[in-house]
Ligand binder design. Structure first.
Ligand code: ADP
Ligand code: MG
Length: 240
């Protein structure tokens, strides 16, 4: 479903992605791990067309992602993105945050958008807070709203960029629980995370990125329990 084929990307003269390849089948969950600055966010941003890349190809269901191409807006609605900072609209209620995209981007009727949003909020455990404003919610609740908002666009895949890194430790579990449910429902996901427990339990595959290159990838159990590459071993020793 998502095919990243030998992409390279530079910021000025700094090559931040070097010949990165990654493919994700429908319904698969891939965790992308690696040290800070290794290029994890840039990989996600390229897949979502938020960044350009100099070499290689990225295909979503066979369609090439080109940040400057005519189809990029439509393509972007097919791949959701959930950020470390939840980026909710502060002056909109929880319900309005979830209905905004479907109404204004997808042209859905207001009543239908609201009823679909309510069932998504129910799914993330926040239907009762539909009239609250983001500032009235905990970080974990806000991130669950952000996930519901992403789901409301009916994406074919969702990219998560350290979705729990900004949360207080006691709030991490509720967000991971929602992500587990999505994975079990068959959502295609790429998850950048430092939550190795989540990676071990939920990911079909784990890719380890170092200095812009994928140095190791494979079944989660294998990469996390028996890393082959010295850099992966070193990284895992430090985060686990
Ligand atoms: P990660 O998400 O793994 O921490 P990033 O993808 O954010 O890494 O960054 C990879 C490298 O690219 C880093 O060296 C970072 O400093 C650099 N970088 C990221 N975004 C920009 C940008 N907009 N301009 C210049 N350099 C950037
Ligand atoms: Mg990052």
């Amino acid at each position: 479903m998502i095919e990243v084929k030998r992409i390279s990307k530079c910021f000025g003269r700094h090559e931040v992605l070097k010949d990165v390849s990654l493919s994700v089948a429908q319904g698969e969950v891939v965790c992308l791990i690696g040290p800070s600055g290794s290029g994890k966010s840039t990989v996600l941003r390229c897949i979502n067309g938020l960044e350009s890349y100099e070499r290689g190809d990225i295909l979503i269901d066979g369609q090439r992602v080109d940040r400057d191409g005519p189809d990029i807006h439509r393509l972007r609605t097919r791949v959701g993105m959930v950020f470390q900072r939840f980026n909710l609209f502060p002056h909109r209620t929880v319900l309005e945050n979830v209905t905004e995209g479907p109404i204004y981007v997808n042209g859905l009727a207001r009543a239908q958008a609201r009823s679909e949003a309510m069932s998504l909020l129910d799914k993330v455990g926040l239907a009762a807070r539909c009239d609250a404003y983001p500032a009235q919610l905990s970080g974990g609740q806000q991130q669950r709203v952000a996930i519901a908002r992403s789901l409301a666009m009916q994406p074919e895949a969702i990219l998560f960029d350290e979705p729990t890194s900004a949360l207080d430790p006691e709030l991490v579990g509720e967000v991971l629980a929602v992500m587990r449910t999505l994975a079990a429902d068959g959502m295609t996901m790429i998850v950048v995370t430092h939550e190795m427990g989540f990676a071990r339990e939920v990911a079909d595959r784990v890719c380890f990125l170092h200095s812009g290159s994928i140095v190791e990838s494979g079944a989660a159990a294998q990469v996390l329990a028996e890393p082959q590459h010295a850099r992966t071993q070193d990284f895992l020793r430090r985060v686990i």
